[in-house]
Design a protein around this ligand. Structure first.
Ligand code: G6P
Length: 372
């Protein structure tokens, strides 16, 4: 087992460090000889993909958060409305799904029963289903009409890390594929997006190489009872995922909030010493978004919160307002979740390790939930 962990203390730590490779492998070989993107098992006709008027992503847990991230990109690139639905809620609300709905079943294991049941429900309504799964030949892969594999390699730790990054990457490829097919983007725009994705593994590696400060912070917070996470736009699902990691492996009460929602309730939670992570959007993106989240940092800090900010390198304003800033390399906004989530994974891992917990096998959880 020690050999399988490749010198890391836990599978999760190894898998966090596998992430540059997981993303690079997921991107590799997706362009055919005509310069067109290809699916691994492409059985949905182009005519069908051209006629869809909605995309519904069904998933659970971390995979659902990957879906939430992907929604921003796919809608932006394709102008097709995207819904992301927890698979176990999906079929019980009589969802509007038909032959013009592309259903995306997103799952690491491909064996999550909730997702399988949602997939079957969608198929009964006549919807074409594409699977984005990590496990080759899994039930979801077999039952779907087409498959785009994430190539993260086996994920052993219960808490998902590298599969999350690979799921975002694969869902982005699907979005780019649809944008290309449906003529939403010019070929040079498609090339630019693919080039931006290609740069991400190297940037993720840089985040890994500079993670010691976040580990130090984690060790200093072992006695915390609650940690909050705020994000806006693509930073919102990253906040949700950061909170989930902490709940799963460190057994600390954690919540992720949309930063804009703070004033509508969650700000009442802030009192002296409350740790809050804030994912700050790039100042090079929409300026208003950056300044709004800076205001959120100020608001919680003014009420006594300890503010830990994930910001882009070169964002000089971040340090003026935060107790501590963790920098990630600059990237296009839609690519940034592949970077900003990494310090949060490392934070949860280090905190759980410092508490002496079994990081890879947290209590009450299973890697793959094969019951409804
Ligand atoms: C379980 C795992 C989570 C995972 C979720 C979905 O709850 O503990 O880590 O995100 O299932 O799993 P899937 O294999 O469908 O991605």
């Amino acid at each position: 087992e020690a050999a399988q962990k490749g010198g890391f203390s836990t599978f999760m730590d190894k898998e966090i460090h596998d992430q540059p490779t997981a993303v690079a492998d997921t991107l590799r070989g997706r362009i055919d000889e005509h310069g067109k993107l290809k699916l691994d098992e492409g059985l949905i006709a182009d005519s069908v993909l051209n006629s869809i008027d909605k995309i519904v992503v069904i998933a659970c847990g971390t995979a659902a958060y990957a879906g939430l991230v992907a929604r921003y990109a796919i809608e932006h690139w394709t102008r097709i409305p995207v819904e992301v639905e927890l698979a176990h809620e999906f079929r019980y609300r009589d969802p509007v799904v038909n032959v013009r709905t592309l259903v995306v079943a997103l799952s690491q294991s491909g064996e999550t029963m909730d997702t399988i049941m949602a997939l079957r429900h969608a198929q009964q309504q006549g919807a074409p289903v594409i699977a984005i799964v990590n496990a080759q030949g899994s039930t979801i892969a077999r039952e779907s009409d087409a498959v785009l594999y994430t190539r993260a390699g086996p994920e052993i730790a219960v808490a998902s890390t590298k599969a999350f990054l690979a799921q975002i990457t694969a869902a982005y490829l699907l979005g780019i594929y649809l944008a290309e097919l449906r003529g939403n983007k010019f070929p040079d725009e498609i090339r630019t997006l693919l080039a931006q994705l290609d740069e991400m593994p190297g940037k993720i590696q840089r985040v890994l190489d500079s993670a010691e400060p976040v580990r130090e912070l984690a060790r200093s917070l072992v006695d915390e009872g609650s940690v909050l996470f705020l994000g806006r736009h693509v930073g919102y699902p990253v906040a949700l995922e950061g909170a989930l990691k902490l709940k799963e492996i460190a057994y600390i009460h954690a919540e992720g909030f949309a930063a804009g929602e703070l004033k509508h309730g969650p700000i009442a939670l802030i009192d002296e010493g409350q740790p809050v992570f804030i994912i700050l959007p790039s100042p090079r993106g929409r300026e208003s978004l950056h300044s709004k989240v800076i205001s959120n940092v100020q608001e919680v800090r003014a009420r006594g919160a300890r503010t830990f900010v994930i910001a882009e390198e070169g964002d000089t304003e971040a340090a003026e307002h935060a107790e501590q800033v963790f920098y990630v390399p600059a990237s296009p906004v839609l690519m940034s979740p592949l970077l900003t989530v990494v310090p949060l994974q490392i934070f949860a891992h280090e905190l759980a390790s410092a508490k002496g917990l079994d990081v890879d096998q947290p209590r009450n959880l299973a890697k793959s939930v094969t019951v409804e």
